[in-house]
Design a protein around this ligand. Structure first.
Ligand SMILES: O=P(O)(O)OC[C@H]1O[C@](O)(CO)[C@@H](O)[C@@H]1O
Length: 388
């Protein structure tokens, strides 16, 4: 089982504490999420009933002994054997959320080869709406204007765009207005560029998070890094958390770039398409990216790839939780100490959307907690943290 029982680490974040953010995800966000799915798709009664039963189970029930279908079955068989009968309210947050999304895929028959709903991305309507939206057009207009800038300024602007692109997580929007961008609480940007510009042919690995505005911004950053070194883009193997980027989303994004009226955007799309074709941009996925285990429990092959990379950039809040460990860390605990186990150089880029934070200087923390008490969950504050 994941690193649940480690006495040397702080307690795991749970979903039972009244008033906690993690509890609100289950009690407030998930009902909206299910309602959105029921509105987006003409699901037949059996799927509608399953979705409603799943929601009810997560709020009032326990983990059943049945293993939900899909890839990584041996992993889930072991996990379910250990957790069957546990009330949802007693589950660790990271595990519970990951399992919830696996059960969601089961409910909509995503892995059922005999179902017409097999392989249909349950979040596609929301993703497509964002890809066709006005905000992304504004992002791309801004991208086109960057062509005039000095190269260093340009790539730093693209790093920030990728960072703040994480704010556009569609799951986050189920019950939030779009939050303003406020503050980069920790900014290790220089360390990122030092590592990217470092000697050698080794690739930079970018572990993507959401489709839509975030993936678009990530691809613009990837294109800038490709000027220096090869890149691997790691995507989710299948839909997972709301709006998580898959191979299908990559293709849809490349098409959207190619169809954009801005010439520099079209050129970006073409460069990326060429890079995928000649594998200077390798696109990969791994079953690990859809599991509740943390990066402390990396499959050996992925750990070896990370160790061989110049830098691994992990995007988004969920990846942050998996990297740091979804635990009640002291926010002033040094990032380098907490993620020191990582097999290579790693950078985390996230807007803060869950209770977890590490590496925040104490004086800064005091100001944040006083001036913006919800800074950890509002998505208005961001972090660029590097282990090097
Ligand atoms: O898309 P991101 O940045 O990984 O954020 C996902 C976040 O949204 C939540 O699922 C809450 O809705 C968090 O639990 C999670 O950390």
């Amino acid at each position: 089982m994941a690193d649940d029982q480690r006495p040397d680490l702080p307690p795991r974040i749970g979903i039972d504490r009244p008033g906690s953010f993690s509890r609100s995800v289950f009690h407030e966000r998930h009902p909206v999420l299910i309602a959105n799915l029921l509105a987006d798709f003409p699901y037949p009664p059996r799927i509608r009933e399953r979705l409603e039963a799943l929601l009810d189970e997560t709020l009032h029930g326990a983990v059943p002994a049945v293993v939900p279908p899909g890839p990584n079955l041996p992993f889930w068989e072991a996990e379910i054997a250990a957790r069957a009968g546990t009330p949802w309210s007693a589950l660790p947050y990271l595990w519970a959320e990951s399992y919830f999304y696996r059960r969601l895929l089961e409910a909509v028959e995503y892995f059922d080869a005999e179902s017409p709903w097999c392989g249909i991305d349950l979040f596609a309507p929301q993703k497509h709406a964002q890809l066709a939206g006005e905000e992304i057009q504004a992002d791309l207009d801004a991208y086109a204007e960057l062509a005039e800038k000095d190269p260093d300024e340009r790539r730093q602007a693209l790093l920030y765009a990728s960072l703040w692109g994480n704010q556009a997580d569609l799951g986050f929007r189920t019950d939030n207005d779009i939050a303003g961008q406020s503050d980069v609480v920790v900014d290790d940007s220089d360390a990122i560029w030092d590592l990217v510009d470092g000697p050698g042919e080794r690739p930079v690995i970018v572990v993507a998070d959401n489709a839509g505005r975030e993936l678009t911004a990530d691809l613009a950053l990837v294109d800038a890094i490709l000027e220096t070194t090869a890149v691997e883009l790691h995507l989710k193997p299948h839909p997972y958390f709301v709006s998580d980027a898959t191979g299908q989303d990559l293709l849809a994004t490349l098409d959207a770039l190619a169809a954009n009226a801005n010439k520099p955007v079209q050129a970006l799309g073409q460069r990326l398409r060429d890079a995928v074709r000649d594998e200077t941009l390798r696109v990969r996925t791994h079953g690990f990216y859809a599991l509740p285990s943390t990066y402390r429990h990396l499959p050996p092959a992925l750990a070896a790839d990370y160790a061989a990379a110049k830098l691994v950039i992990v995007k988004g809040d969920l990846n942050y939780r998996r990297l740091v460990g979804d635990r009640e860390w002291d926010p002033t605990a040094p990032f380098g100490e907490v993620v020191g186990y990582f097999p290579g150089e790693v950078a985390a880029l996230r807007t803060a959307k869950s209770d977890l934070a590490v590496g925040v200087p104490r004086a800064r923390l005091t100001v944040l907690d006083t001036a913006s008490p919800d800074w950890r969950i509002s998505g208005t504050h961001a972090m660029i943290q590097v282990l090097h």
